[in-house]
Design a protein around this ligand. Sequence first.
Ligand code: NAP
Ligand code: MG
Length: 475
Amino acid sequence: MYNYIQHYINGQWVDSTGNETIDVINPATEQKIGEISSGTEEDLDKAVQAARDAFPAFSQTTQEERAALLDRIADEYEKRKDKFIEVIMEELGSPINFTTNVQYQMGLNHFRTAAKLVRDFAFTEQRENSFIQKDAIGVAGLITPWNFPTNQASTKLASAFAAGSTVVLKPSTETPFAAVLLTEVFEAAGVPKGVFNLVNGTGSTIGNGISNHPNIDFVSFTGSGGVGTKIMENGAQDIKKVSLELGGKSPIVVLDDADVDYAAKTAISNIAGNTGQVCTAGTRALVPESMHDDFIQAIKNHISEYPVGDPKDESTFTGPQVSEDQWKTVQDYIQKGLDSEATLVTGGAGKPEGLETGYYSKLTVFTNVKPEDTIAQEEIFGPVLSIITYKDLDEAIDIANGTIYGLAGYVVGNDPEALTKTARSLRSGRIVVNNEKADFTAPFGGFGQSGIGREWGDYGIEEFLEPKTIVGLPS
Ligand code: NAP
Ligand code: MG
């Protein structure tokens, strides 16, 4: 059992001022694995005050000091590799290979990348007659979801520390234990007291409290669009800066010269990875009409290479949904697909055979989906793929750009001209050509309703800075 019923405020583990706790469930077993405290507004106030008090000194540390701190954080993070993997597997139900190679690794990459970038980051600049100085923004409130427990917290934290901002973190109540481990990392690495504060609790109390707090200067949020809207509304009251990393309905454009097996496997892995609970997942496969039948056959041939099952089993590719609520949401969408004129290729409603315990869904693929169908427009956040056919590349690009979102896009094929035209025409923050690996120095974020602002690398650091122009400075 993981029992972490304290918050971390001003460099110490402290009791909550309230008595309520929240159970944390392992979605693969449906069993309780521990509990956290349901923090109060008073707890939040103390954490914000600690961050406020720590800000003047931390914001004046040198770039080299902050780079060294980030390196020590990365070292301490690495020392806890096995613990991170165990905790994320348990709280999220994330399969062991994905947890090791993606979940654990992404969190680490953000700290290492920020350490490297902050050493050379230009915090000042001389232009014409102005001297530009970038000051840390102040106290940041960080609100994170459950689908990548260390990645999402780490990108925000690495950028904040690089910039010299102090923070209060509220992780998701679904996956709070990875943040407890991060807190242990920061303690061991010598993060000064008050620079990092952890308050556990619900979105409606702590999350809402952060976006309303008069002493918080910036809210960095990752999660759903609905909550993003509330955070903007709250932040608008005192002109708080907000950065929002929201959902997506990203296209995979399969070019007519693509290898059909490679394209089908790219599509399956997009919905199977992290059980489809990925904001950047490619969930709409746009396939040339002439390739359709071969593509469907390739999906059928390869789907069994992505087994759904116990996260602890090395051969498992896809685990359960994070919670019963998320499972029901995914099931509702699958039902909407079944009720539409789309054709079911594989999967469907209910749990896979033999997996009655745990919030498991079937890998589900629909074809003959129309671009305007609900399952082609709304984020499902589960292992559901919608296949849409197109006549020519211009139509594919129009369909690809035809949602309210714009977080990611994928292109699969060979012709350099078509790859370039497609990649450069997609209205999204991140385009991946032929499954190229991620670049942690490059910006991450969305067009349209996928969000506001950018994370990762130097763009991420910029979010935690306020540029100040000084003219007339004596030289
Ligand atoms: P969510 O409700 O947006 O939750 C994200 C975070 O915001 C959690 O820490 C949550 O707290 C907190 N929160 C909830 N209400 C809040 C409020 N009024 N003010 C401030 N913070 C608040 O997302 P979810 O329920 O976990 O997932 C729902 C859907 O969001 C998914 O189906 C998916 O479509 C989308 N989503 C997107 C991403 C992404 O990476 N872009 C990640 C996760 C989910 P609690 O601990 O109380 O939940
Ligand atoms: Mg859980």
